[in-house]
Design a protein around this ligand. Structure first.
Ligand SMILES: [Zn+2]
Length: 417
């Protein structure tokens, strides 16, 4: 929207304003309310205010603490919504949901925990950067998911903490997609709240700015009655949030579609999904459950392949598995061959790429993370925010140093004996 369009919209209301001015101010100020003069006054003031388009969104607040108050009020709303009672996410179930684990407390979280705690990345709302956050295994990886009845569906592997049958892989895939749906639905609600709060703040501040600019041209008594209601399409921050909302909705559609296939897969229809699992005969110090994507070229066409990612660790071994639509089988096998064919540390590279270019829903053993050099930890967390990569990109900064070193030591010892 440009200045002329804004003015055109406002001019439609000017006749009403002019009549209002006559009523309020009496005959002595009548000359101020000549329609053309008033339109000119509006135009001049609006041009001054609209020039603020170039100002960063945070500059729109009166002070840094003003900005913080705004952000924390949004955070509080989001937290309240997260705590609000939700119904079970299982289709057609209307019972109340309890907090469900995506990664089992008795399985992967127990296997990597130290003193009952694990580390997980979380975005700092003020800086927008990832930071590691310590969390107890009772709360880690939980989301408002299933009612008590549907929670029991996962009991077969949840209580033992082990994936002992192919059906358990299907169950864990379903649970991972459900969590992604709930998390994105909550995120969408939070974005809607943010947009509304920011728009109302923009109107409030916009009114202040316009009133200040108009002060030179119109009587104060009339200015006090002015209020800007704005769709504010010229504001960059609003454009970003609006685009994010639209992308989030499209992603949710994709997730529901994926979920329906996963539920069919669970019912025994083998034509829906393709799972590939790799077992590493040692417990890794990390577990994860989330979504990611990689791009492939099929002739002249580029395709984006969405995948469900899991790393399930026990005290004996680690199962790394990935799931795509059955029709994407050949793309998945090609993707995996880039990591696994003839590469001793292929499974580790795979997980490292998933952690940085895929999902942020991962947990690590605290001592493993703290042993990494500080600069590398900072780099890894910073790289997680880069949108330009996907799972197809190998992540070249090692996270599992210790395991690589231990494996090499073991190999050397084997050679000597
Ligand atoms: Zn239910």
């Amino acid at each position: 929207m440009n200045t002329n369009e804004v003015i055109e919209g406002i001019c439609n209301d000017l006749t009403e304003l002019e009549e209002e001015g006559h009523k309020q101010l009496g005959i002595k100020d009548l000359r101020l309310f000549n329609l053309n003069d008033t339109a000119a006054a509006f135009e001049h003031a609006l041009r001054e205010v609209l020039a603020l388009d170039e100002v960063a969104p945070t500059d729109f607040f009166h002070s840094q603490s003003d900005w913080r108050r705004f952000v924390y009020s949004l955070l509080e709303k989001a937290t309240t919504q997260r705590r609000q009672t939700r119904t079970c996410i299982w289709p057609q179930c209307s019972r109340l949901a309890k907090m469900s684990h995506t990664l089992s407390r008795r399985g992967p979280l127990h296997a990597i925990a130290e003193n009952g705690h694990v580390l997980t990345p979380r975005i700092n709302i003020e800086t927008g950067q990832y930071e590691m956050h310590k969390i107890g295994v009772g709360r880690a990886s939980t989301f408002p998911g299933f009612c008590c009845n549907h929670e029991q569906l996962f009991g077969a592997f949840e209580n033992r903490g082990q994936l002992a049958a192919p059906a358990h892989i299907s169950m864990q895939t379903v649970r991972t997609i459900f969590r992604e749906i709930v998390t994105n639905e909550l995120g969408l609600t939070c974005l809607d709240c943010t947009l509304q709060a920011y728009q109302s703040l923009l109107c409030e501040r916009g009114t202040e700015l316009l009133q200040a600019a108009m002060n030179k041209y119109l009587p104060q008594s009339l200015l006090g009655r002015m209020h800007i209601t704005s769709t504010a399409s010229t504001d960059g921050a609003i454009a970003i949030v609006t685009r994010e909302i639209s992308e989030r909705k499209a992603y949710l559609d994709l997730l529901w579609h994926f979920l329906n296939r996963a539920l069919d897969d669970l019912s025994g229809n083998k034509e829906c999904l393709m799972h590939v699992a790799v077992t590493v005969n040692q417990p890794l110090p990390a577990c994860l459950a989330g979504m990611g994507n990689f791009d492939v070229r099929d002739g002249k066409t580029s395709r984006r392949i969405h995948a469900v990612l899991n790393t399930w660790v026990t005290t004996d071994n680690s199962v790394i598995f990935i799931t795509v639509k059955r029709s994407h089988k050949r793309y998945l096998l090609h993707y995996l061959s880039n990591y696994l064919d003839g590469q001793l540390f292929g499974p580790l590279s795979l997980i490292e790429s998933w952690m940085v270019h895929g999902t942020d829903h991962w947990f690590v053993q605290p001592s493993m993370w703290e042993q990494l050099p500080f600069s590398r930890r900072r780099r890894i967390l910073r790289d997680m925010s880069a949108d330009k990569y996907n799972l197809g990109e190998q992540y070249l900064i090692p996270i599992f140093d210790g395991i690589r070193a231990d494996t090499l030591r073991l190999s050397t010892d084997d050679t000597r004996t």
